[in-house]
Design a protein around this ligand. Structure first.
Ligand SMILES: [Zn+2]
Length: 145
């Protein structure tokens, strides 16, 4: 899931946000502008030393903001990919269409009862901030993949 399938509208949206980042980003995220320009990726999740972003082709990449590694890397932790997309969707609702859809039999995640997690001030490591978990047999199937 390091690569999302993005349709024309979503690809155009991401490309436009990357191109306009310097003028559109709030003051708190202005410092990311050189990274956005260099790596052609829209920041979704800004961590302490790394930022995870999405490119217009749907590729999810990470880069170090502390010089720990050069260029971009892949994000292998699927929960981090999900957290990043949930965080990005809070800022850019157009990206919600990339989130997994809640299927029949899905269960509410316990984080819904934890205000800090439910408000996305912090992200749940179990559901990635979605607030629900897939039906158990789907989880078992994914674990075997
Ligand atoms: Zn949760």
């Amino acid at each position: 899931m390091n690569q999302f399938t993005v349709t024309g509208d979503t690809a155009s949206f991401i490309a436009a946000r990357i191109a306009g980042f310097q003028t559109e980003a709030d003051a708190r995220n202005q410092w990311l502008t050189p990274f956005v320009a260099e790596y052609s990726a829209l920041p979704l999740y800004v961590g302490w030393t790394e930022t995870i972003g999405i490119r217009a082709n749907g590729e999810v990449v990470t880069w170090s903001t502390e010089g720990e590694f050069a260029g971009v890397g892949s994000v292998h932790d699927q929960t981090m990919v999900l957290i990043s997309l949930v965080a990005g969707s809070d800022r850019y609702p157009e990206l919600r269409r990339l989130l997994p859809q809640r299927g029949p039999g899905a269960m509410d995640c316990g984080c819904r009862d934890v205000p800090l997690l439910a408000s996305h001030k912090a992200f749940c490591g179990t559901c990635g901030g979605l607030g629900w978990l897939p039906k158990q047999d789907e989880q078992d199937r994914k674990a075997k993949e």
